[in-house]
Design a protein around this ligand. Structure first.
Ligand SMILES: [Fe+2]
Length: 234
């Protein structure tokens, strides 16, 4: 059997460059040679069925209920839709979520800065979009954390997102920020995103998503391609 179908390639101008001088570690990570474009074969054009649900286990849509107690921090609900370039909903998209706790610390061996670990917060979740492309999860607002990029460098509060559609070639990775965070303007990672597209990475406070006496709501739609595409990490 010959497999000929390919997924359309990204429009690279809409996304952060591989190398961005102010984002120091891209100097080591970025390719030195022009990229070689390999054809998509069955390996890239296939993937886990049903948004990865069977392979990866059940949804984990509430990051505040994964332990015996509740995590410390401001509870938030993040919700939106995954859309294609024509505004049509994209169902069965697996969205994996990872984030720091309210103090800005990850559960990770490499994260050893002086902020407390929360025994009631792992910071990982997983949801799948429904037939209308909708997703939503509950968490706590992540704290800012320092990093070694330059003197007194702090990452803005952010949530990492990985999206996986019907094939491994469709995986996209991005970060979501919060409206009004003054650190966004100082962050070389956010600033590496082309200026006209940077706002698409910022979740907006939304009273209609806010749950009374429980959690603040934030709206965040993800557009996979086209003029309104959400910027993704190369
Ligand atoms: Fe992070």
């Amino acid at each position: 059997m010959t497999f000929t179908e390919e997924y359309r390639r990204e429009d690279e101008a809409a996304h952060p460059p591989h190398f961005s001088e102010a984002y120091a570690s891209t100097a080591l990570r970025s390719p030195r040679q022009p990229l070689v474009r390999l054809p998509h074969t069955l390996t890239e054009a296939s993937g886990p069925a049903q948004g990865g649900g069977r392979l990866l286990g059940p949804a984990m849509a509430d990051l505040t209920r994964q332990h015996r107690g509740e995590p410390v921090g401001q509870r938030i609900v993040v919700a939106g839709r995954v859309l294609d370039e024509d505004g049509r909903p994209v169902p069965d998209t697996l969205i994996e979520i990872w984030q720091a706790n309210a103090a800005g610390r990850y559960i990770h061996a490499r994260d050893q800065w002086n902020a407390p670990i929360d025994p009631n917060f792992t910071g990982m979740g997983r949801v799948v979009t429904d037939e209308a492309g909708r997703y939503g999860f509950t968490s706590v607002r992540p704290g800012a954390y320092p990093w070694g990029n330059h003197h007194n460098a702090w990452r803005p509060a952010h949530i990492h997102l990985s999206l996986l559609g019907p094939a491994f070639a469709t995986r996209l990775v991005t970060q979501m920020y919060f409206d009004g965070d003054p650190l966004i303007a100082l962050d070389p990672i956010a600033q590496a995103v082309p200026a006209g597209a940077r706002d698409r990475l910022v979740a907006r406070f939304d009273l209609s998503l806010t749950e009374p006496s429980h959690a603040l709501g934030y709206a965040f739609d993800i557009v996979l391609r086209g003029r309104a595409a959400t910027p993704m990490e190369p």
